[in-house]
Unconditional design. Structure first.
Length: 233
């Protein structure tokens, strides 16, 4: 399924004629995969999460995500609790345990990966996007980590707050809504200026922090304009 997800992510952004050519080439090598991909691509204007999450909902309900609690990342951080779980990733809170400083981070694992290598490739893509972005209202990248079970992950800034969905359902004032809208717009426009366009922004991958600011925390579905990515070429 991870191959299907990866191909959908790539072809979904192509013009229809080029998309058709890619499907025809794939059909000669892997006809069943091409058929499944063509079916998904009929929903090209639908958010990816709306397609992926139902496929994994049953699996997610039975997955023992809590088994990662207690794992140690990079010999420094210990996972303390599950923060959130979706169709594509699981996010945990972890605290530093080496005694040098007190520090809390967020740890993200990719739920769609069928192997450590697949997970690492997905992680490297999102980690590079986060590393290239420096904005007050976009979660900061800290490191790519491996836990003591050799499972790779992304270590990110921990943001204390609630999801945008929870915020909107809490009955916020007009002033609070305006502040969230302004900070979210600022983050989106900054990302676009760096060649990154978030194609699956939803109420669950935006957090409203304790100061009332919106923060984008998830870029695993994003278009990246390579022409604008010049900082490390």
């Amino acid at each position: 399924m991870s191959e299907l997800y990866q191909l959908f992510s790539e072809l979904n952004f192509l013009p229809l004629d080029e998309q058709k050519q890619q499907l025809e080439r794939l059909a000669k090598k892997k006809p069943q995969l091409a058929e499944e991909l063509a079916s998904l691509l009929t929903y090209r204007n639908t958010k990816v999460s709306a397609l992926i999450e139902p496929l994994y909902q049953t699996l997610a309900e039975h997955e023992e995500s809590h088994t990662r609690i207690g794992r140690v990342i990079n010999n420094k951080y210990k996972i303390t609790k599950l923060l959130g779980q979706g169709g594509m990733s699981d996010v945990y809170q972890a605290k530093r345990i080496d005694g040098l400083i007190e520090h809390t981070v967020a740890i993200k694992y990719f739920a769609l990966a069928d192997s450590s290598n697949t997970a690492l490739n997905m992680i490297k893509k999102e980690a590079q996007i986060l590393a290239d972005l420096d904005h007050h209202h976009i979660a900061s990248f800290i490191d790519i980590g491996h836990d003591n079970h050799q499972e790779p992950n992304i270590m990110m800034e921990y943001i204390n707050g609630m999801t945008l969905f929870e915020f909107l359902n809490s009955g916020p004032s007009e002033e609070a809504r305006v502040r969230v809208n302004q900070t979210l717009t600022s983050a989106i426009e900054y990302a676009k200026s760096k060649g990154v366009e978030h194609d699956d922004l939803s109420k669950s991958n935006v957090l409203v922090d304790i100061n009332g600011n919106a923060n984008i925390i998830d870029f695993d579905i994003a278009k990246y304009d390579q022409l604008n990515k010049v900082s490390y070429q």
